[in-house]
Design a binder for this molecule. Structure first.
Ligand code: ZN
Length: 355
């Protein structure tokens, strides 16, 4: 994936952006929002490159070869700014420049020790934006995660948004746009990214991690609730294999022939959180499939299935033993999903176990 291209599921949103630009209707401040992991950062990185490029192509993408593009690729561009938890930095497109002095390759803020974007970095950014463009073109600042702007920083930014300098664009990025102040939100043009269509993402995942099976890709995407970059990370870190086995075992339970004790025994303290997340996602997928297949399932039963899951979380939080908690939950699910007739061997086994 080139840093200067949009992702396969972003064609439409890119066309809209490029069209708005061609019509000279770009807002000075944008609020890009959407669930974590859907590709906000890559889209905006490509957009920054396009806005700074000296000769974007017919689709509006950066050329990758002009002076401006080379500058972005090789180590920061004087007119590309980034405001993050670590302050005001230059925006670099090369991963090898991660955390070099004054510039950074823009990664999600996993490692930062700071909890909020402070006003000092914000003022430094505002000062830089008031200086004329170094290359007689656009100036762009990306602010992310925008929900971490503290109040003074947000107030300082608001003034800049309300009195923009020419050819200056601020792009705020947030997973949770609703946690920004209403005033700040109202001053930005919204650009919302949803969860992309699974079929397109599955092809993309396969191309990113060719050694992964189709089943692994689709399991990863389910666990990630459709967010491509979370799914990708799980595949790359080999976190999906246990979930494939767990989901198969849960399918058996739904058919009334699974073994809750065996499944619970296969999960330990290390994997219990991942297992419960897998159960939660599996339940949503299972209920959806019931609807698609036209199978009636009462609201009461759905509530009971969810209650078993909530109980398990609650008991684990209270330090109950993982295996006991999971056994109770899975036996509960087995009873709810496949109540076997009294005379069947399964029913006898269950009665013995529950005794
Ligand atoms: Zn270029």
């Amino acid at each position: 994936m080139s840093a200067m291209q949009a992702l396969p599921w972003q064609g439409e949103i890119w066309s809209r952006l490029a069209h708005t630009r061609a019509q000279n209707q770009l807002a000075h401040a944008w609020l890009v929002s959407g669930p974590h992991g859907v590709g906000k950062r890559p889209l905006i990185a490509a957009w920054v490159a396009a806005m700074l490029c000296g000769q974007p192509n017919a689709e509006g993408f950066a050329c990758g070869v002009c002076g401006s593009c080379k500058m972005l690729l090789s180590g920061g561009h004087p007119d590309a700014h980034l405001l993050t938890l670590d302050g005001h930095l230059g925006l670099a497109f090369n991963p090898s420049l991660q955390r070099e002095d004054g510039i950074t390759h823009w990664q999600p803020e996993k490692s930062s020790k700071r909890k909020e974007i402070a006003v000092d970095g914000t003022r430094s950014l505002i000062d830089a934006l008031h200086v004329a463009s170094h290359r007689q073109g656009n100036k762009i600042a990306v602010i992310a995660p925008a929900e971490d702007l503290n109040r003074s920083a947000a107030d300082a930014l608001l003034k800049t948004i309300e009195e923009p300098t020419p050819n200056t664009y601020l792009i705020l990025i947030a997973d949770q746009a609703q946690s920004l102040s209403p005033t700040l939100r109202s001053r930005c043009r919204p650009l919302r990214l949803g969860v992309p269509p699974a079929l397109i993402v599955l092809d993309w995942l396969k191309s990113q991690v060719p050694e992964s099976s189709a089943e692994a890709c689709s399991t990863a995407l389910s666990l990630a609730r459709g967010a491509p970059f979370i799914a990708l990370e799980q595949l790359q870190q080999g976190e999906v294999s246990p979930a494939i086995g767990w989901r198969a075992a849960l399918d058996e339970i739904a058919l009334g022939r699974g073994d809750p004790m065996k499944l619970a025994a296969a999960v330990d303290d290390e994997t219990v959180t991942a297992f419960l997340h897998c159960c939660q996602v599996w339940l949503v997928d299972f209920l959806r499939k019931q609807v698609i297949d036209g199978v009636q399932i009462s609201g009461r039963k759905v509530a009971q299935l969810n209650n078993e899951l909530h109980d398990a979380h609650r008991r684990l939080d209270a330090n109950a033993r993982a295996q006991l908690v999971l056994e109770a939950m899975l036996i509960g699910w087995l009873r709810l999903l496949a109540p076997a007739p009294r005379s069947s061997p399964q029913s006898v086994i269950m009665q013995n176990r529950l005794a």
